[in-house]
Design a protein around this ligand. Sequence first.
Ligand SMILES: [Zn+2]
Length: 331
Amino acid sequence: MKTYRDQIYESVVPLVAKLMDKKAARLGIQDLKYYDLALNFLSGNPTPKGDRAWQVENARMMYHDMHPETGKFFQMMIDENLMDLDSKPGKEGGGYCTFIADEKKPFIFANFNGTSHDVDVLTHEAGHAFQAYMSKDLMAPYRWPTLESAEIHSMSMEFLAWPYMETFFQEDTAKYKYTHLAGALSFLPYGVAVDEFQHGIYERPEMTPLERKKWWRDVEKKYLPFKDYEDNAFFERGGFWFRQGHIFSVPFYYIDYTLAQVVAFQYWVKHQETPHDALDSYVGLCGLGGSKSFTGLLASQGLDNPFDAGTVKRIAAPISAYLNGTDDSKL
Ligand SMILES: [Zn+2]
């Protein structure tokens, strides 16, 4: 685990620090504070340019064009009413994909709100649903992958959908792509910081609450050096980790999101180089469900293992080239 975190520290932290400098320049803020970090553009966030029905129709055309299997899958989701997407009074919040075992069919639940999250439902949650659809005939314990692998399918689908994002975002497409890629890259240092923090507190259970907070702040300074808490004494003492519920409820799970992201980045690259091969490989991976381990699934598709030295550096290079090649001041 440490060698993986070290790769993120060496190859990703400097890139993210640079992204933050670019963001400061773009926003016209001299000295970026922690409360500025969530802001991306003074001109507003990218938004889909139509309502739910319009977005679903765009997604239908996208999945038919993408691959015969994704086309069959999404047509079934529409024809059999397997998506509940509209927000309405009294409806539970949030969004997720689940599997109706008796029917052997996935189901997507969401609350559309006119932001780019609507499109994420049609790519990310649909990626989960497509994996479940492709694995539906495997024996039940194999239908879902283990937790390190579970987000590969959803995060990869977000990238495989890139060529179609223009149909959703129109004039905001470049803005969407930049925020998507920069956001995914920027998450990696935070994700491994949460992991390093947990290793520390489990190795030294005798730490006092104050020492634990200091340890979090030390880890945060290492992986997120641009986080300036100004005069917020609570965060400066190391209180930010309290907001990460995974530390309390699913210890040591958090890093899995970053592992899946590093794999999804490989599909982003493959898809630009050889789109048909990338899609066939993705469809094949989805069909394997959880019948293999994380490393077994990677090996089945010739994907690089994030734990192997050099993997993160290799994947960071084209991402950095894309982000640096985009004039973000014009977005
Ligand atoms: Zn997911």
